[in-house]
Design a protein around this ligand. Structure first.
Ligand code: GLN
Length: 536
């Protein structure tokens, strides 16, 4: 069977949840027994999002093969069994980089290099690169229809459909149907305009997914169908939901997957979403109440910055049958006495990844508090580095111990730049990235959580634990419970003398799934649940 393609575009406004829509379609198709893969094409000119601030772009998601990608790939991996790699996310920057490299090599010798056909050919090749052996490939186009910069991608998928044929490629367009309170009406005009923009560049959507806060009545669907030239049953309500994991269920109820099968001329197969339904029910109605987690970080005002973390904590909740309430605490604001107040309602404290000095002193304070007051603590990447600095300063008496990221002239650089990056000032794709193996100390908290001796986790950092100070810290009670097999890198540290105090250099949140909660999030939330018990 040739690969079938579902192209997803977005209109009217950004942030309608195209990534979740794509991931949900993937989930539904897998539930019907088809093999699925997903891909994101992003119109911006950065070669990858690794050089962008979380405020600009949200979280940078890291794949096993060590590529810094768009956060939607996180949804793809959480919702389906797809394992994303370098070829699952292309930006305009990367496409142009390849075209220009070819031009310099002389591949187009004698010709004028143009957006059509050279850039569009490169895009079509990028799409085909991950199709081998796949039944259904879902391709999400970033940005909003009408933007200048997404035009080459839209032109490329227009051509793609022409080449592949009608039953091998379909266009799904996600739009907004706002409810205007004073008029008491759902408005279809923005959708009409957005579809008109698409049609002007040669793309007639086959399916419209209409994001709304309520179900769209039949007569409104009829109107949208008429004005947008799509069959009425292909106008799908994409209603707001309580948890993102409900999205596939709501879309299935609207008949989305059945329509796609029909359009793609795919054989009908029953779908099995039973386990997913059970999981959603656990998220919505946990039996063991709620735990509050204080996340002391620096990008907390923008929720997308910690997308995977947010989800992994929810998964930890699923595993423990509790609702996880997140309290985002801006580390920079934790001055003079505000810490205790901010942290008082929390059953656990988490310091996530981050870059740069801002907020670090607040994180160190929060960690000290968690260590001394025996509150469950989980540090991730920068969180581990801060935990080591705090321990060096306050337990080992190494005054002004620091990371050379924050203070180059510290007398005790307990965290320092990765040895292979010494003298490297260039930015962009040159951190320690992607998956690395790690062996666990038998009997440690980490070993207990994972239940296995060797693991593999994803990384994204430029600084590491300096082994020179390790012995001094081990003597004072710090335990190195995870290292790379060659013992080069410290991967996990913990305090055995504490109910739960564990930090890791990697990002476990990238490998957590709702159906397969990550062991460290499961154990951390478990410890928080226990801590809550002692509080009563
Ligand atoms: N800034 C630290 C480093 O580069 C931590 C990075 C992170 O938390 N992802 O090593």
């Amino acid at each position: 069977m040739p690969t079938k393609y579902i192209f997803i575009t977005g209109g009217v406004v950004s942030s309608l949840g195209k990534g979740l829509a794509a991931a949900s379609i993937g989930r539904l198709m897998e539930a019907r027994g088809f093999s699925v893969t997903l891909q994101k094409l992003d119109p911006y000119l950065n070669v990858d999002p690794g050089t962008m601030s979380p405020y600009q772009h949200g979280e940078v998601y890291v794949t096993d093969d060590g590529v810094e990608t768009d956060l939607d790939l996180g949804h793809y991996e959480r919702f389906t069994s797809t394992v994303c790699s370098r070829d699952h996310n292309f930006t305009s920057g990367r496409i142009y980089e390849q075209v220009i490299a070819r031009e310099r090599r002389g591949d187009y010798l004698g010709g004028t290099v143009q957006v059509i056909p050279h850039v569009t050919d490169e895009i079509k090749q990028a799409i085909r690169r991950i199709s081998k052996g796949i039944d259904i490939q879902i391709v999400e186009i970033g940005g909003t229809v009408g933007d200048i910069e997404s035009l080459p991608f839209l032109e490329a998928i227009r051509q793609f459909r022409l080449e592949a044929g009608r039953s091998d490629a379909v266009f799904v367009h996600l739009t907004l149907v706002p409810y205007i309170g004073p008029a008491g009406e759902l408005k279809t005009k923005p959708t009409q305009h957005s579809v008109r923009d698409l049609r002007a560049i040669g793309i007639q959507p086959d399916v419209l997914m209409c994001r709304t806060d309520r179900f769209i009545p039949k007569e409104i669907k009829k109107k949208i169908a008429l004005f947008c030239n799509v069959p009425e049953d292909a106008v799908i309500t994409a209603k707001d939901v309580e948890t993102i994991y409900e999205v596939p269920l709501v879309l299935a109820k609207e008949g989305l997957d059945a329509i796609l099968l029909k359009l793609l001329d795919l054989p009908y197969r029953d779908k099995n979403m039973d386990e997913w339904v059970t999981m959603v029910d656990r998220v919505k109605n946990p039996k063991s109440g709620e735990v509050s987690i204080g996340i002391v970080g620096k990008y907390v005002t923008y929720e997308d910055s910690y997308k995977s973390l947010n989800e992994a904590l929810t998964h930890g909740g699923i595993a423990n049958d509790v609702r996880v309430k997140l309290r985002w605490i801006e580390a920079d604001n934790l001055v003079d006495g505000q810490l205790e107040e901010a942290i008082a309602p929390c059953h656990g404290i988490l310091v996530p990844g981050g870059f740069g000095l801002r907020g670090v002193s607040g994180m160190l304070e929060a960690i000290r508090h968690a260590r001394e007051k025996r509150i469950p603590f989980f540090g991730i990447c920068l969180g581990l580095q801060c935990a080591v600095i705090e321990f060096a300063r306050n337990v080992c008496g190494l005054k002004d111990a620091d990371s050379s990221e924050f203070n180059l002239s510290t007398p005790y650089p307990v965290i320092y730049k990765l040895r292979e990056l010494e003298g490297v000032e260039r930015m962009g794709g040159n951190m320690r990235l992607g998956h690395w193996p790690c062996v666990l100390q038998p009997g440690s908290q980490a070993h207990l959580a994972y239940g296995q001796a060797e693991i593999s986790e994803r990384h994204r950092h430029r600084y590491e634990v300096n082994r020179e100070y390790l012995d001094a810290m081990i003597k004072k009670g710090l335990k190195v419970s995870g290292e790379t097999p060659d013992r080069r890198f410290v991967e996990i540290v913990e305090l055995p003398d504490h109910p739960y105090f564990l930090s890791c250099q990697f990002h476990p949140e990238f490998k957590s799934k709702p159906m397969l909660p990550h062991p460290l999030f499961r154990s951390f939330i478990g410890a928080c649940k226990q801590f809550r018990q002692t509080q009563r």
